[in-house]
Design a protein around this ligand. Structure first.
Ligand code: G16
Length: 589
């Protein structure tokens, strides 16, 4: 590592100052650094070095994505990908923050030295293959970016930072965040990791998942996708092509892609998954209002790591308001299918000793009706984690099959290595006709074998590294097709409790600290008691909380109640409480 060369090169990327002349302070938030793109060059340059040092410490390639995901187009950010394809260890966030804000060469050297302390290594749990302890490979970083106008210059800064300290960089250009996670994940496991391999894997998994399905109903296999005018547009087009090419049985999914290449300023602007989920409205662009209620629509966000489904409300009450199928509904659908398949596999005796533990991981934003459905109707364990994939993914890994989705549509299903080995071993036994009493007993298990193969296919269609809108679409579509379901049947799983999510602007959102999976505010003093009183006034099913966003300079308020009016009123009251206790800015809500 050439730390001296790196600190010397940093002079070309000075830390910007605020109008009062003080250096701007950069904070590591829910998913990395995120703020206005025009002030991020020094941070991104330094993050290039963080990714390189992380690669040196782990002996494996890491990744960096220049993106601000769901934020407006003027913003940008950095997501750092650990060597196993997951998020940077939480313990390293403070190292990244220290380097991003280090005021001079000595402070930068000190921050890098701390990262390299063996006690700070936080190596990933699963190493594939074992580290080359004696002869570690030189550090390597995979780099990608989304379509923001500040992206090319910032990606160049990231590359410069990583190279200055001595890493080699593979610049993959435009990619979705989950694609870059997958590249690092695959390279870690020695799998083919080219973009074409990613598409081929997903397409193969999808095709195998739907192998037994019917395809005689066009409506059931056609979707309209709002691409948020982001990087997902081109990638969805490539995925559609891969599915078409790999499909010999005609069971093709037809995708009508909209909001694909907007004008300047159109990225996430009243379109995309965040808009649709928060507003419960159809994207304002892309002519979604002309579609009928039977048309299945999907919205992805700016870097295509989230997806939500929606359709025009069947009662036609308001032309833009939609029935939402959010991350909670997706988790319920996927968990149901996993549970169904495992039940159908029972005759094969493949997963009984010990039985597989299936679980769902949610956050405080999960609709209470979804938690009740998963726990009481599905009978599946349900855990609650802090907001952020970095918290949900490790919780999901505690299960043999862990399905996690945030309500905002960010999530995936994690099959443990041991589970995949058990699936593979069962398939081998089936193929050899060697299970139980031999071939005749296998033939009696046609349905169990089909379920087993579908389970295996799901492990291929889903992105194993992180939430991925592209693979999420394939899995949802395959499950709907396999079940012969449309949106009506999916929606009938449970009815959401009315809810609202609102933003409050305060002077300094860090005055709010939270605990208990972010459901309880510890500071400012008295705020939680006031929220509790408000909730108490709204009767059974009422629930509310406030937490500072880690991606936007706002406080998020969530409220849920038995009626629409109750949820709206409770949200308004809690916004007022936050405004009063946490230093609200502008008009009181
Ligand atoms: C990121 C994280 C998500 C999180 C979201 C909102 O999403 O990856 O896990 O739910 O931010 O976080 P917050 O409420 O702290 O602003 P994305 O899609 O913006 O990268």
């Amino acid at each position: 590592m050439d730390v001296d060369a790196f600190v010397a090169a940093s002079d070309a990327y000075p830390i910007p100052t605020s109008p009062d002349g003080a250096p701007i302070r950069f904070s590591y938030g829910t998913a990395g650094f995120r703020t206005r793109g025009d002030v991020l060059a020094s941070t991104v340059f330094r993050c290039g070095a963080v990714a390189a040092v992380r690669s040196a410490v782990t002996g494996r390639a890491t990744g960096i994505v220049v993106t601000a995901s769901h934020n407006p187009e003027r913003d940008n950010g950095v997501k750092l990908v650990d060597c196993d394809g997951g998020m940077l260890p939480v313990a390293w966030e403070r190292h990244a923050e220290a380097l991003a804000n280090a005021p001079g060469w000595d402070a930068m050297r000190a921050a890098i030295a701390t990262m390299r302390t063996p006690a700070e290594a936080h190596l990933p749990k699963h190493a594939h293959p074992p580290a080359h302890a004696a002869d570690p490979p030189p550090p390597h970083v995979f780099l990608a970016r989304d379509t923001r106008p500040t992206g090319p210059a910032l990606a160049a800064a990231a590359k410069a930072g990583a190279e200055a300290i001595g890493a080699s960089v593979t610049d993959l250009g435009l990619m979705t965040t989950p694609q870059l996670h997958y590249v690092v994940y695959a390279s870690h496991r020695g799998w083919p990791s080219a973009e074409a391999d990613y598409f081929a894997r997903l397409a193969r998994g999808f095709r195998r998942m739907v192998a037994g399905g019917t395809n005689d109903d066009d409506e059931r296999r056609s979707i309209v996708v709002d691409c948020a005018n982001g990087v997902g547009a081109a990638k969805l087009a490539a995925l559609a092509e891969a599915i078409g090419q790999s499909s010999s049985d005609g069971c093709v999914l037809s995708m009508d892609l909209r909001n694909v290449a907007g004008e300047s300023g159109s990225l996430n602007n009243s379109v995309g998954a965040d808009y649709v989920q928060k507003e419960k409205r159809a994207p304002a662009h892309g002519s979604f209002e002309t579609l009928g209620p039977s048309q299945r629509c999907v919205s992805v966000d700016g870097d295509a790591d989230r997806l939500v489904y929606f359709r025009k409300k069947p009662d036609g009450s308001n032309e833009n308001s939609v029935e939402l199928f959010d991350g909670d509904k997706i988790a319920a659908l996927v968990a149901t299918r996993v549970a169904d398949l495992l039940r159908r596999c029972a005759p094969l005796n493949a997963f009984d000793h010990p039985p597989l533990r299936v679980g769902v991981v949610q956050t405080a934003y999960a609709n209470g009706a979804s938690t009740a459905y998963i726990t009481n109707v599905l009978g599946v364990e349900c855990a609650c984690a802090n907001t952020g994939v970095k918290f949900l993914h490790p919780e999901a890994e505690k299960f043999d099959v862990g399905v996690y989705f945030e309500a905002n549509g960010h999530g995936t299903a994690v099959f443990s290595d041991a589970t995949i080995e058990r699936i593979d071993a069962a398939i081998e036994r089936v193929d050899a006709g060697a299970d139980g009493g031999g071939r005749s007993s296998i033939e009696q298990c046609t349905d169990a074998v089909a379920a087993l193969r579908e389970l295996k296919a799901m492990t291929e269609a889903i992105n194993p590294a992180v939430g991925d809108a592209l693979s999420g679409i394939l899995v949802v579509e395959a499950v709907l097709l396999a079940k012969g379901w449309g949106l009506t049947e999916w929606g009938n799983m449970y009815a959401d409790l009315p809810s609202r999510q609102v933003k409050v602007t305060v002077l300094d959102r860090s005055v709010i600290s939270v605990t208990n999976a972010e459901r309880v505010a510890v500071t400012p003093a008295g705020m939680q008691a006031a929220i509790d009183q408000a909730v108490g006034r709204h009767g059974a099913h009422a629930r509310a909380f406030a937490r500072p966003s880690g991606t936007e300079d706002i406080v998020r308020v969530y409220a849920e109640a038995a009626t629409e009016a109750g949820a709206a009123e409770l949200a308004r009251e809690v916004c007022g409480i936050v405004y009063d206790f946490a230093g609200g800015v502008g008009d009181r809500p």
